[in-house]
Write a new protein. Structure first.
Length: 273
């Protein structure tokens, strides 16, 4: 099987979370995707994820987690982090390297704050620590579209805001959007999007003890580049890297993004001040 890719289900306290696993490395790493998980979970996507993140396959055993199957309206990012911690417990995973992208980044902030024993190193990509005007406008629009079950508009607006004109003209945006099929219900997406409107970890970021890399895009039209700079200013042991010419979709557009994350995880930080 491709990089030993497999699909799995973590079960805990009556909850169930779909996950995928791939790679042959001794280090464990987890990836938490963004709000798109509300439209399509990782279930059945083990091979596509393994191909997309094959840079990690040799050095890491990688897990990508969805949110719980029966997620309730009003669930917060902090509660989703508690679910993730329980899923990690159910799989016997401790001290993992963690990548959180966009809304996934909001969740893993809380994982690092409330469950520090779970996090070895942390990467926060194109995410926020508290709502800003841009994010609130975007999420409110997406929620309105979802309430009308206007899937096409959500996809078009996501692409327009996430990617550069060059990337859109190349047609490569299908790499992300192609992973989604029209959901049977939009309730899950609305719950995930709404959690971004209430997420506020700003005053608690100083509690993060794991070495952290924050990655942002100066041209981010969803969370803003300033949001990444704001996070980095609050976390004690933190590095910041900003892509000057890219926005929210930098994790796909930047050819060195995966290398940058892997090198951070694999670096020996014993001599850091």
């Amino acid at each position: 099987m491709f990089y030993k890719a497999q699909n799995g289900l973590a079960e805990f306290d009556g909850g169930k979370i779909d996950y995928i696993k791939f790679g042959t490395g001794k280090r464990n790493a987890i990836i938490l995707p963004g709000v798109g998980d509300g439209l399509r979970t990782v279930k059945g996507l083990a091979i596509p994820f393994a191909i997309l993140y094959r840079r990690f396959a040799k050095d890491f055993t990688v897990y990508a987690f969805s949110r719980r199957r029966d997620i309730s309206s009003g669930t917060t990012a902090r509660q989703m982090a508690d679910d993730l911690a329980k899923a990690l417990d159910s799989l016997g995973l401790d001290k993992v390297d963690v990548v959180g992208v966009s809304q996934g980044g909001m969740i893993v902030q809380w994982l690092a704050i409330d469950h520090p024993e779970k996090v070895n190193k942390l990467v926060l990509a194109v995410t926020v620590s508290r709502p800003n005007d841009t994010l609130c406008d975007v999420l409110t629009r997406w929620i309105g579209m979802a309430e009308k079950e206007d899937y096409k508009s959500i996809m078009k607006d996501t692409a327009r805001r996430a990617y550069s004109e060059k990337w859109l003209k190349s047609g490569k945006d299908h790499l992300m959007l192609g992973n989604f099929g029209r959901p049977k219900s939009f309730g899950r997406f609305i719950t995930l999007a709404a959690s971004g409107l209430t997420h506020d970890s700003y005053d608690e970021l100083h509690r993060i003890t794991a070495p952290t890399l924050v990655i942002g895009g100066k041209l981010d039209k969803i969370v803003t580049g300033r949001a990444s700079e704001e996070i980095a200013s609050q976390i004690p042991d933190c590095r910041l890297y900003m892509y000057e010419e890219l926005g929210h979709g930098l994790y796909e557009e930047a050819p060195d993004f995966l290398d940058r994350v892997a090198e951070f995880f694999l670096a020996d930080d014993s001599n850091r001040n």
